[in-house]
Design a protein around this ligand. Structure first.
Ligand SMILES: Cc1cc2nc3c(=O)[nH]c(=O)nc-3n(C[C@H](O)[C@H](O)[C@H](O)COP(=O)(O)OP(=O)(O)OC[C@H]3O[C@@H](n4cnc5c(N)ncnc54)[C@H](O)[C@@H]3O)c2cc1C
Length: 496
């Protein structure tokens, strides 16, 4: 019997939307079902605190979107999505008014690192010249051979190491702090492999493509993707949580932008016992406690260069940051946590009324924590920006438990949907030749629990959709997702 639809996508995060964009561009009839009242998943913007203050609810800094081969072809700029670029990509303040400052220029960044400058230049200079090739490989399916193996070799031999091993090459607190702050995005102790890989990749992205925010807010990205889907005749339904595959409209293909845990619940005993057990063994990481602030003015960072940074990593020296993360891994709430800060107003004044600012912050906490870390986050900001508390007009807090309640993909508040261990980087979520394909014919997993990595780049969704197009519709060509291409819908049966 003929299916009502060619493809149903459950979840409208960047990966669900990328899958839908790809299927729609192939001329297929696509329907998206989203549980939350609005689309966008981890890429949304709302007035969380006061009217006129627009906060990124989840993702805020977008190096991966700029680096993504999917978004390069989708062409955000041509679709009216403007990136706002701070003068300093990220900063890491230290006590005594010092700070490590990372700009697009490797030479400028190295020049501030004293005796470590030449070594920093030797490490990142050659890699930054090949950012596109490295990013294309890192954001490609893992079983694909790298197009530029030599370029990757230098990155790869260090990437598998713990950040603590790579940081040993530097003596200055500034150089070591740069790696610590970037590597902690892995949400693992800095003595764990492959935290160096995550840290080096993020520093490389700062030099190669920058860490921009989106003018008007991250939601502009997912809005543009949703517009592309509907312009191709696709449909989107919000406010409907899917509890079982049996609830879905009939379709040749289903793509799930959900966590492995939700996937197991939706599919129930339709999944073979071994595959279900493998999904059950998938390990989630710690959670985050996020605090958004409405401020009466810019943050008064002691170090003036920090006032020009889009993103800041707080927590002090490598050792202090590492100690905080080790506590989180041991199930504790650190008194002095590593705090990730984005101040979009330095590049995008549209986020708040004139002269006012929004501030986006979070720190890591044990999985499932319901502890409000506001005081400890504020104390870390005050440490490097005395007088900060006097500027606070309003706050919005979301504990790790709240994160999961808000989006079930973030199990225990784990915004990466799964630990970034070497095993779970190579085999995500289970060991299969094609990780997007599931044992149920026509059913694909497309969330950030699949390769390549978490973040707003759309590649998990796109690669899952390309698998589905090949398997179910016999389509092998990459659909044209450029803005010029508005395909009329044809049925799956015509496309075949
Ligand atoms: C606080 C925070 C900060 C972040 N910061 C950054 C950043 O600065 N830069 C960056 O690149 N990335 C960042 N990320 C990560 C990034 O947001 C995610 O990796 C990305 O959104 C993953 O996309 P996705 O489509 O796989 O999943 P999601 O964006 O999580 O979307 C999944 C969607 O599926 C829906 N859904 C789930 N289950 C069901 C169901 N049963 N029925 C119906 N709908 C369902 C959810 O409601 C959600 O809308 C951050 C994430 C968080 C939470």
């Amino acid at each position: 019997m003929r299916a009502e639809l060619d493809a149903v996508v459950v979840g409208s995060g960047p990966n669900g939307l990328a899958a839908a964009v790809t299927m729609a561009a192939a001329g297929l009839r696509v329907h998206i079902i989203e549980g939350a009242p609005t689309i966008g998943g981890g890429c949304r913007t709302e007035e969380l605190t006061l009217p006129g203050f627009w906060h990124d609810v989840c993702s805020a800094a977008h190096p991966l979107a700029v680096a993504s081969p999917f978004f390069r072809r989708f062409d955000l700029a041509a679709r009216g999505v403007a990136l706002a670029r701070p003068e300093v990509e990220f900063a890491h303040p230290l006590d005594g008014g010092r700070a490590a400052i990372v700009t697009r220029s490797v030479a400028e960044t190295s020049a501030r690192l004293g005796v470590d400058g030449p070594s920093y230049q030797r490490l990142f200079g050659p890699m930054a010249e090949h950012t596109d090739e490295i990013c294309d490989t890192l954001l490609a399916p893992l079983r694909k051979l790298p197009a530029h193996p030599l370029v990757l070799a230098d990155y790869g031999r260090r990437a598998v190491l713990p950040a603590s091993a790579v940081a040993r090459r530097w003596q200055t607190e500034e150089a070591r702090a740069i790696l610590a702050g970037a590597a902690v995005h892995a949400m693992m102790p800095l003595t764990a492999m492959p935290t160096a890989g995550i840290g080096l990749m993020l520093v490389l992205l700062a030099h190669g493509v920058g860490w921009p925010v989106v003018t008007g807010g991250s939601a502009r990205i997912t809005d543009a993707m949703a517009d592309a889907v509907t312009a191709s005749g696709g449909t989107i339904e919000t406010g409907r949580w899917v509890r079982s595959l049996a609830e879905l409209p009939s379709a040749d293909t289903v793509l799930l932008d959900v966590s492995p845990r939700t996937f197991a619940l939706l599919a129930g005993d339709r999944l073979p016992v071994r595959y279900r057990a493998a999904l059950g063994r998938f390990r989630y990481g710690p959670g985050v406690c996020k605090v958004d602030f409405a401020l009466s003015g810019p943050v008064p960072w002691t170090n003036p260069d920090c006032r020009r940074a889009g993103t800041l990593h707080l927590g002090g020296t490598f050792e202090q940051v590492a100690a905080g993360e080790a506590e989180v891994a041991a199930g504790k709430h650190p008194q002095h946590p590593y705090v990730l800060v984005v101040q979009p107003g330095v590049a995008d004044p549209s986020r708040a009324p004139a002269g006012r600012h929004t501030l986006w912050t979070y720190c890591h906490v044990p999985s499932g924590s319901d502890v409000d870390m506001t005081d400890r986050i504020e104390a870390q900001i005050e440490r490097f920006a005395p007088g900060f508390r006097d500027l606070i007009l309003a706050r919005a807090v979301r504990t790790a438990a709240d994160e999961e309640a808000h989006n079930p993909n973030y199990v225990g508040g784990d915004i990466g949907v799964g630990m970034q261990t070497i095993r779970q980087t190579l085999f995500r979520p289970v060991a299969r030749w094609n990780p997007y394909r599931t044992p149920i014919r026509g059913l694909y997993l497309c969330s950030s629990a699949t390769p390549p990595v978490p973040g707003v780049h759309g590649r998990c969704g796109e690669l899952a959709a390309l698998t589905a197009l090949r398997d179910m519709f016999g389509l092998r060509e990459l659909p044209d997702i450029s803005p010029a291409q508005l395909r009329p819908i044809v049925s799956a049966h015509t496309a075949r």
